[in-house]
Design a protein around this ligand. Structure first.
Ligand code: ZN
Length: 113
């Protein structure tokens, strides 16, 4: 008999490393969303252009421009369909840089959103 857990393992085995990493990033945000009334707390880093984090839903880097680099609640830069699109997120700047999140391969040299 195949259990739900077996199915989950089979699904994870069939995914490549990128998809597994993306799933993990989304699971972390989902947990934060549940714990914080639907608005997740997301760590971001300070860059020359503003507060930045790599969004696993959109697979791009979202940058919230300066001058206010103190963090706090922001309207999402996510595309429609992302679970963060409607409620936004609370950005918490960290010291230093974050590990890179899932990024879609660039096709037409578009800049991060
Ligand atoms: Zn997004």
């Amino acid at each position: 008999m195949t259990t739900k857990l077996d199915q989950l393992h089979a699904m994870l085995d069939s995914m490549d490393e990128y998809e597994r990493y993306r799933l993990l990033c989304m699971a972390e945000i989902e947990e934060s969303r549940r714990e914080n009334g639907g608005v997740p707390i997301i760590e971001c880093e300070r860059t020359e252009s503003g507060l930045a984090f790599d969004c696993p839903y959109c697979e791009v880097r979202h940058v919230h421009s300066l001058p206010d680099d103190a963090g706090g609640h922001r309207l999402a830069h996510c595309k429609p369909g992302s679970p963060l699109h409607d409620g936004g997120y609370v950005l918490v700047p960290i010291e230093g840089t974050l590990p890179r999140g899932p990024q879609k391969p660039r096709r037409r040299g578009r800049k991060a959103q």
